[in-house]
Design a protein around this ligand. Structure first.
Ligand code: ADP
Ligand code: MG
Length: 228
């Protein structure tokens, strides 16, 4: 217990919530299988980042998360890895329509960055990743959507209008820097027993309010100073 406190203190990490999993200081402690570890090693990552050390075990335990850490701290992988493992755990993975993991992002640029990062790791399991956003050829993007896998939505307003995809199977939802009003209506269309992770570089009142609305008994993890 003291060791856990020490690890968190050294990382300038602040954690709140009941029964929070211990942080993992190395990739070996995450319990990832060789397929995923191989990709991580090939990318040259030596250790998990601070947010990854705590968010990954908490996410793998099935809890909702509010994660706050500055830009560049590896928040994407912190949610992609547990999402992939969650998807692989689903019994009827290849049956039914629509994605199991869904990531909401505020802009096309962010959505495409997440897409690139997600693809690196999804290939460990042969899972499909689709990014959907306004502009370009929307119908082509929708055609790419296949059962299972991950879907990343940017330009949320288009999605709400078009009701383009089937969210019925989504059981792992991530809000990545997504704080627009449209986020709520999308969350309202996703099964209430889902696991929800919200990640942000900052934590203004607006994000805090949204986070409280869309998560259930979340574990809050922040790295460094978080202004209100
Ligand atoms: P954030 O979303 O917090 O701004 P990103 O997820 O975009 O940060 O990650 C920033 C960069 O760090 C990316 O290039 C990513 O591939 C890299 N990265 C993520 N995790 C690690 C790690 N454990 N070791 C080294 N590099 C990492
Ligand atoms: Mg990010």
């Amino acid at each position: 217990k003291e060791r856990v406190e020490l690890i968190r203190k050294e990382l300038d990490m602040h954690v709140s919530g009941a029964d929070v999993s211990k942080p993992c200081i190395s990739f070996a402690h995450f319990g990832f299988d060789d397929a995923l570890l191989d990709v991580i090693i090939k990318l040259g990552y030596s250790d998990p980042t601070g947010i990854q050390k705590q968010a990954v075990p908490v996410a793998l335990s099935g809890r909702d998360i509010i994660g706050i850490a500055k830009t560049g701290s590896g928040k994407t992988a912190a949610f992609i890895w547990p999402m992939l493992i969650h998807i692989m755990d689903q019994e009827e993975l290849s049956k039914g329509e629509g994605p199991i993991g869904l990531i909401l992002a505020p802009t096309r640029e962010l959505a495409s960055q997440i897409y690139i990062e997600a693809k690196k790791f999804a290939k460990a399991y042969g899972l499909r990743v689709a990014a959907v956003y306004g502009g370009a050829s929307k119908m082509d993007q929708f055609k790419e959507l296949k059962p299972g896998g991950i879907e990343i939505l940017g330009r949320l307003i288009d999605m709400v209008k078009m009701k383009a995809t089937n969210f019925r199977r989504v059981s792992f939802l991530v809000l990545d820097e997504a704080d627009q009003p449209q986020v709520r209506s999308i969350c309202d269309n996703i099964r209430p027993d889902r696991q929800t992770l919200l990640f942000s570089a900052t934590f203004p009142k607006k994000v805090e309010t949204l986070a409280r609305e869309v998560t259930t008994e979340p574990v809050r993890i922040s790295i460094g100073y978080v202004g209100q």
